[in-house]
Design a protein around this ligand. Sequence first.
Ligand code: GDG
Length: 459
Amino acid sequence: MGRLIAVSNRTAADPGARAGGLSVAVWESLKSTGGIWFGWTGDIVENPPSDVNVFRDDGVEFVLTDLSPNEYDKYYLQYANSVLWPVLHYRIDLASFDPDAFPAYAAVNERIAGIVADRVEPGDSVWVHDYHFLLLGDSLRSAGWNGPIGFFLHIPFPPPEVFRALSEHQQIARAMCAYSVIGFQSQQDQANFTRYLVDDCGGVDESDGVVNVFSTRVKIAAYPIGIDATGFEEAAKTEKAREAADRIGRFLGGRSLVIGVDRMDYSKGLPERFEAVGRLFSEHPEVRGRVSVTQVAPPSRSKVEEYRELRQMLDGLAGQINGDYGDLDWIPLRYLARSYEREELAGLFRIARVGLVTPLRDGMNLVSKEFVMAQDESDPGVLVLSEFAGAAEQLKAALLVNPHDTGMMADTIHEALTMPLEERQQRWRELRDIVQSQDVAWWRERFLKDLETLHEGSG
Ligand code: GDG
């Protein structure tokens, strides 16, 4: 394969962001092929200069651009995060439709495509990531690039009935079909998009995930993203991990730890999870004083109104549960609205008896896989996982729950807390085998192989 060219809104130019799954995966290929990573600097500048910020780091070239205040507002905050994010997570009710947002979104996609077009060379493969850049492939084609372009959507793709809530749904779908390969996290997402193309756009579903539509053929498949499984397993055994485990151990005083780690986002189902914790203590009084729930929820995108409301709701629910059930020497639910280092999180996962991963809707959910890899084989914790996370298609040995059903969740947390060691080990081994074999390298290689094969076939 020639050079890999990656495009994503945020890149791994920030060393702090490099430990994440996507960064690790893309970084490897960029380094080995001498590739380029295009994206946003993270800066908002009154009159963004027409030239880009170019630098090299560890064999990878970064080509980044600033956003203007209007682009930041209309493209990033509005269309990407207040329209696409909610609608693609099945939450039309939370979308705020602003007529100026889509043109700005399309303009940013076109502007960044122009920056990419100036630097791609024959033999390169372009890999575009996520919902910020649904239109970028089409703009890149208009700018004259006819080499391979793949696209991977990190978040869910909803059923056509929901996708049609976007006034621009046809335009978006048509532009997406300029990509040679469109990758989704789950078979459910793949089926939803294919059904949209067939039912609404007259597409013909040929064999092997190829759909013939808009006078072109596009490969649509599920490529569930994995984690750096070995790396996370090692992170859980570091000194930093042990220190974090000791610190929380002092607080626990021998009680069982139930842990949740999620960006503070309405898709993660945190209010429902807190309600389930309240029901656990009310309906299973024998666990009172014996279990402590800790939820780490670093705030995200705090400028958007819904997140402020979510924060207030969580503050209220946690206060109520602790007020109702807490005691002089016991805090039932601790909620930490801050971030921790990766090794620290790994250390907390390792000593937890239960991991709660209960999003209302999630593309994949990497925390579920990290929780599995951090466990100690001799005494593994139990994963309670939402059936609406992409990860549920792979992690069938977890205890699957409906995150809307707080009574069922409470009973399932109780089941996890009382599960015999043998069953915990058996379930954990099954989960570990999948997370380890279907890791981030497996994901990247499957995607890039299809991109290469398909392009050869069409060339
Ligand atoms: C999108 C899709 C898809 C969390 N808190 C801290 C911290 N984290 C890390 C976790 C995990 C990552 O952030 C979160 O990944 P998720 O997959 O759970 O969720 P999104 O951020 O919504 O990601 C999602 C993903 O893209 C990949 O395709 O799975 O469905 O929504 O790695 O550990 N990391 C550190 N401190 C924290 O406090 N260091």
